[in-house]
Ligand binder design. Structure first.
Ligand code: NAI
Length: 349
């Protein structure tokens, strides 16, 4: 079904607030989740609300954290999340990075001790909206084999980047460092479908086409994706003195314990390099260049990175955001959660 952006945001905010999150953080979290849904990134939108609500209700997210920003140098800082809502902490940390980059030309801000922060292009988009280049990486729970390994070590450790153009468009990248998201495995299970043997491995580290035999996901392009996941873990975990690698806390286990995830924002101010006007003009030019590239057989058009999301935004703006009926029914109901994410449940990962 289709629902307006305003209604979706208000339904999500109310549910998270009802679960126990303070109103301000519930509102920011709802904003980040709707940002994902309105771009067609449904894996990180309203679909996650029941999981968050369960974690909040069971005490696994600090609902009134003591957020603190510690400036550690002329252009560096650490935002202390105190086990609180990741969406809100990462957003406030990006606000601080933007302020510093406006003054110093660059800013690097670590965010520590937070819960899951969702689709991380929300934060790089904040930078691009301020005429800055945004870069962000974060840790996630271990479910990916290192190249050549038979057991998981890193998470799906995503990377996001955004650069502003002249006409409010943004060149963006927002990707997990795995071939496919875990949600796609669950989807194949629910539909009784096989999966391509390039997505995941079984308990012996052998590629599998049976979604029920999946023990871990595969990194993109073998050792290259593995290396990117390492880079993300070093920047958003080790650098901040946080648990790293396979010691990162699990998303769906220990729902009554705060998570201690890390994220790192880097912001670059083009004004300190070629100047913002020329930069934005050239970004627009490369977007137009890309759109003008001759498409390969089977493609109508070459899209600039992130343009696929812009196409979805335009449709949803006109017709409402598409939401799975069950998720809408849950959001409208009085139910907070159904113990859906108890880790004993084989579908709970
Ligand atoms: P994806 O595979 O759907 O897209 C990856 C990138 O490819 C995006 O930048 C997208 O704009 C671009 N793209 C896709 N089709 C395109 C086309 N035709 N032309 C040009 N560009 C195109 O993304 P993925 O890897 O499934 O990640 C989904 C979300 O999951 C992201 O928002 C990510 O931040 C989030 N995530 C969050 C985690 C967390 O712990 N917070 C962990 C892992 C992922």
């Amino acid at each position: 079904m289709r629902v307006s952006k305003e209604d979706l945001k208000s339904l999500i905010k109310n549910k998270l607030h009802k679960a126990g999150l303070n109103e301000e953080h519930a509102s920011t979290a709802a904003d980040v989740l709707v940002f994902a849904d309105e771009r067609g990134i449904h894996s990180h939108g309203a679909m996650r609300v029941e999981y968050y609500a369960e974690r909040i209700a069971k005490g696994g997210m600090n609902t009134n954290p003591d957020f603190k920003f510690e400036k550690t140098g002329p252009a560096t800082g650490v935002f202390h999340g105190d086990g609180g809502n990741g969406h809100t902490a990462a957003k406030l940390a990006m606000d601080e990075a933007i302020k510093m980059a406006k003054e110093s030309g660059v800013a690097i801000v670590g965010v520590r001790d937070i819960s899951h922060s969702g689709a991380i292009s929300y934060f790089t988009n904040q930078a691009a909206e301020s005429n800055l280049i945004g870069f962000s990486v974060c840790q996630s729970d271990p479910m990916v084999v290192p190249f050549g390994g038979a057991e998981p070590y890193y998470g799906t450790n995503p990377i996001a980047f955004a650069a502003p153009s002249t006409d409010n468009r943004k060149m963006t990248l927002d990707m997990a460092t795995t071939v496919q998201a875990w949600g796609k495995i669950l989807h194949a299970r629910s539909k009784n479908q096989t999966i391509p043997d390039t997505w995941a491995v079984d308990g012996n580290g052998e590629p599998t086409t049976d979604p029920y035999k999946v023990n871990a996901l595969l990194p993109i392009s073998g050792p290259k994706g593995y290396g990117l996941a390492m880079m993300v873990d070093v920047l958003s975990g080790v650098l901040l003195g946080l648990p790293f690698g396979n010691k990162v806390s699990s998303m769906y286990e220990n729902l009554s314990e705060y998570r201690k995830l890390g994220q790192l924002h880097i912001v670059i101010n083009p004004e300190f390099f070629m100047g913002i006007t020329g930069f934005q003009k050239d970004i627009s030019q490369s977007m137009d260049d890309l759109n003008g590239i001759k498409p390969a057989p089977g493609f109508d058009k070459v899209l600039y990175p992130g343009q696929n999301n812009d196409v979805v935004i335009a449709d949803y703006k006109e017709n409402g955001i598409e939401i799975v009926d069950d998720i809408y029914d849950y959001l409208k109901s009085d139910v907070i959660h159904n113990n859906q994410y108890d880790h004993k449940n084989p579908f709970a990962e």
